[in-house]
Design a protein around this ligand. Structure first.
Ligand code: PLP
Length: 409
């Protein structure tokens, strides 16, 4: 008799967004006249830039002529795009080869699939709070043990605490772990790691033969030139790190779908030679993935043109101006917050004694604004609340006005 993968039953997350939707629905049914204002979701809202639209059209037109039509492409992505990415990294001072880049349909699939090339007994360390995909993919793979409702924790995961005290970037684990997930700029805290902080992790990983899985999905939101945008800016990182990124937040590709994973040839794990881990990821992608859409890859190439980069940076500026408006508003009402400077997320500290979910209800009922309770990102998120700068300017302004006028503190 067929049986399901029992690990799915251990999943605790997935509760977050359905619960937000349930509470929102209930509120809206009781108050149909109130217009809800969403500051909760990390989804982009602004249109694709002209260069990207032209790139996508080029991709479509190629499919309309026999001479330029292509069917299945390389599973690793178009050579031209891999080369373009290597050049782009080089322009930021990072030397990688085109063969180190694997084009995909986004950072979420890659960040959940990457664990599959590592041993099933691997010990996993995550930042707490964290983007839930790192945890859930390892729950399904059977590495985490059971979830404790009381503690909001999995028994075998190593939680690297991110608190106000450490500026939301963790210390290296005090024991040996195998895979370390780091996200900078961080979702949900908005914290950005410094060179020194990342160097400590790279040194730890080299010493313990661990692998860092570095999610750089928000790296283009870093405006401070002193902060690293790639783990590969750190000495020794190529021997111990994988980097995941996408065009979702840089260029509004959330629905278009294009990402990449960098697995440097130099990366080694216990018992492996250089190139072996990269070959394994190649094998994984060739087995389970048939390559990113050819149309979308044309759109991605357009992002990295001179005009495309300029337009994508304007898009980032737009969202970062939203972040400024949110920060000014919540500062004016006396709320404490972090992030929002080199990141589109604002990590608000709930007023004394109010849990993340209670603050969700309070904000919704008093202001009609929807945010995301921090506890949904792990035990360390309790007492915090995430606000997102992704939204139309008018909606952001209305939300902030309502907070200023109606929030009772
Ligand atoms: N990584 C982080 C930290 C994210 O917050 C998100 C999306 O919100 C993703 C990855 C997913 O990116 P993509 O749209 O490329 O799958």
């Amino acid at each position: 008799m067929a049986k399901v993968n029992k690990n799915y039953k251990k999943l605790a997350a997935g509760y977050l967004f359905p619960e937000i939707a349930r509470r929102t629905r209930e509120f809206q049914e009781k108050h149909p006249d109130i217009i809800l204002k969403k500051l909760g979701i990390g989804n982009t809202t602004e249109v694709l830039s002209p260069s990207v639209i032209e790139g996508l059209k080029r991709g479509v037109n190629k499919l309309a002529a026999v001479k330029t039509y292509t069917g299945y492409g390389d599973e690793q992505g178009k050579t031209e795009l891999r080369r373009t990415l290597a050049e782009y990294y080089k322009s930021n001072g990072v030397e990688l080869t085109p063969e180190d880049f694997f084009i995909s349909d986004g950072a979420k699939p890659d960040s959940s699939n990457i664990q599959s090339i590592f041993a099933s007994e691997s010990i996993i360390a995550v930042q707490d709070p964290a983007y839930p995909v790192y945890v859930d993919s390892n729950v399904i793979a059977g590495r985490t043990g059971v979830y404790s409702n009381e503690k909001n924790e999995y028994e075998k995961l190593v939680y690297m605490s991110c608190t106000e005290k450490n500026n939301f970037f963790p210390d290296v684990p005090d024991k040996k772990v195998d895979l370390i997930y780091l996200c900078s700029p961080n979702n949900p805290t908005g914290a950005v790691a410094t060179h020194e902080q990342l160097q400590l992790f790279v040194d730890y990983a080299l010493k313990n033969k661990s692998v860092i899985i570095f999610d750089a999905a928000y790296c283009e939101y870093i405006s401070d030139p002193d902060l690293p945008r790639s783990i590969f800016e750190i000495d020794g990182a190529k021997q111990c790190s994988v980097e995941i990124n996408s065009l979702s937040k840089f260029s509004g590709f959330t629905g278009v779908r294009l990402g990449w994973t960098v697995v440097p040839e130099e990366l080694v794990v216990e018992g492996s030679k250089p190139g072996e881990v990269r070959s394994l990821w190649n094998r994984r992608q060739c087995t389970f993935f048939n390559g990113a859409s050819n149309i979308v890859q044309e759109g991605a190439l357009a992002v990295f043109s001179k005009e495309g980069l300029k337009e994508s940076r304007e898009l980032v500026n737009y969202y970062m101006n939203n972040a400024k408006i949110i920060m000014e508003g919540i500062k004016a009402v006396g709320l404490k917050f972090y992030g929002g400077v080199n990141s589109p997320y604002i990590w608000l500290k709930t007023p004394e004694g109010i849990s993340s979910w209670d603050f969700f209800d309070k904000l919704l009922s008093e202001t009609g604004v929807i945010g995301t309770p921090g506890s949904g990102f792990g035990p360390g998120g309790e007492g915090f609340f995430r606000l997102s700068a992704f939204g139309h300017r008018k909606d952001i302004e209305e939300a902030v006005d309502s907070i200023k006028k109606n929030l009772n503190l």
